[in-house]
Design a protein around this ligand. Structure first.
Ligand code: UGA
Length: 435
């Protein structure tokens, strides 16, 4: 199969490289000439474990190519994937579809022979209809079917998630398009991944509903964590105790400082807006957004309480800045409201992140960045673990303690045990562990 992938952001680049690895002929297209030039030099613009090798080997095998001009790749393609960004529109929280619409028009003008145009970007329900309308308006004689094929991969685990998905959802009623999409995903049938065909609007809603449900699950366990602290229970055991029930499932029940990232906050906000446009109020999802925002802001207060209530003149060491491990992504990271809150309360902040410091400097310019965890904690009155990077799971606790001014640790990811920390002489606060 010949595939044109429009957009070399997270989803576009990972999907393009993985499709090429399946044996398809893939051209990734992006308007950003600097990005394409870098990719042609073998430089990967995002941090994703394994992606550099995957891109390099498929470029070498001549299955993967990059260009700024979509004309040739679209004309030759069996399927054209739209994987451009859909950021939150400033002001109203709706998804901004400017890039999707302009991609649709440009693709339309270049189509040749039967082609499936597939939206992979997360788009509001009904976007496929609009993409189809724009294509037919631009090129009335185009032989085209428009499908929705939402992506469920996670940053940091993107390649594995793409190659071993729980399911593949394809929304189209067009039989020829179903055949093309079936052929594209055939290599995954070896991994037993169910390929689920639905109507286009259903596929579009599945993506938002999945992200909103996962965000709800996290927010639920976060509230249970708050209650656990008050009643003397342990949220990790509660999570395990409920998660072993197959109807609930054990994943996405890790309590923490609130969810962040480029997807959950944006997609839950967009889903609420989509529903309101159709006179439906998604009260649960609205509550999830409100609870999560408050939670992220409350984390600075939790740190202040751990050092006795007053942060003025105190130094706080922050380990982990990205919204989760194995990414350099700072979008909506819990570290941002946390650090801002600490600074507002008069603290001095020193921080370390294994890969995210360059991105973090743009969001948090007024703090001191340190090259390793031990330098970061030097002279600190409190250490806050914000992101559960594997590098932070086995710190030399004696070394940490002797470098700090006060041995206070606030572990917002529950990666240490309270009894261990006490044995090392730390004042230790974590999330939802009242026992
Ligand atoms: C999420 C979904 O998990 C993917 O399925 C989806 O494809 C993606 O959004 C998307 O729409 O593109 P991602 O944002 O990369 O993926 O990261 P997650 O691993 O889902 O984490 C999101 C946030 O939830 C992070 O801040 C993480 O720390 C938090 N989280 C996750 C928890 O606090 N507790 C958990 O148990 C799980």
């Amino acid at each position: 199969m010949r595939i044109a992938m429009i957009g070399t952001g997270y989803v576009g680049l990972v999907s393009g490289a993985c499709f090429a690895d399946f044996g398809h002929q893939v051209t990734c297209v992006d308007k950003d000439a600097g990005k394409i030039a870098a990719l042609l030099r073998g430089e990967i613009p995002i941090f994703e474990p394994g992606l550099d090798d995957l891109v390099a080997s498929n470029v070498k095998a001549k299955r993967l190519d990059f260009t700024t001009d979509l004309t040739g790749p679209v004309a030759e393609a069996d399927a054209v994937f739209i994987a451009v960004g859909t950021p939150s529109r400033r002001g109203d929280g709706h998804a901004d579809l400017t890039y999707v619409h302009s991609a649709a028009r440009e693709i339309a003008a270049a189509l040749s022979g039967f082609t499936v145009v597939v939206t992979k970007s997360t788009v509001p329900v009904g976007t496929g209809d609009e993409v189809e309308r724009l294509i037919r308006e631009t090129n009335p004689s185009a032989d085209v079917a428009v499908a929705s094929n939402p992506e469920f991969l996670r940053e940091g685990a993107a390649i594995r998630d793409f190659k071993f998905p729980d399911r593949i959802v394809v929304g189209t009623s067009d039989e020829r398009a179903r055949k093309v999409m079936g052929d594209i995903y055939r290599p995954l049938s070896l991994n037993q991944a169910p390929l689920m065909f639905t109507a286009r609007r259903t596929a579009e809603l599945i993506k938002y509903a999945a992200n909103a449900f996962l965000a709800t699950k996290i927010t639920f366990i976060n509230e249970i964590a708050d209650l656990s602290e008050k009643v003397g229970a342990n949220v990790q055991e509660v999570a395990r105790g409920i998660g072993l029930d197959n109807r609930i499932g054990s994943k996405f029940l890790h309590a923490g400082p609130g969810f962040g990232g480029s997807c959950f906050p944006k997609d839950t906000r967009a889903l609420v807006k989509i529903a309101l446009d159709h006179d439906v109020q998604l009260r649960i999802v609205e509550a999830v957004l409100g609870v999560n925002d408050n939670r992220k802001r409350a984390m600075a207060r939790k740190v202040a309480n751990a050092v006795g209530g007053n942060l003025r003149g105190k130094t706080v060491a922050v380990l982990g800045l990205t919204f989760k491990p194995d990414t350099d992504d700072m979008r909506e990271a819990p570290s941002i409201p946390l650090v801002t809150g600490l600074l507002d309360m008069g603290a001095k902040v020193r921080a370390h992140d294994p890969v995210g410091m360059e991105q973090a400097r743009k969001e948090l310019p007024d703090i001191e960045y340190c090259e390793d965890p031990y330098e970061c904690v030097r002279g600190a009155d409190a250490l806050v673990i914000v992101t559960e990077w594997v590098q932070f799971r086995a710190l030399d606790l004696d070394r940490i303690k002797s470098a700090m001014a006060q041995p206070v640790v606030v572990d917002l990811r529950n990666i240490y045990r309270a009894d261990d920390m006490a044995a090392h002489g730390f004042v230790y606060e974590s999330i939802g562990r009242g026992v």
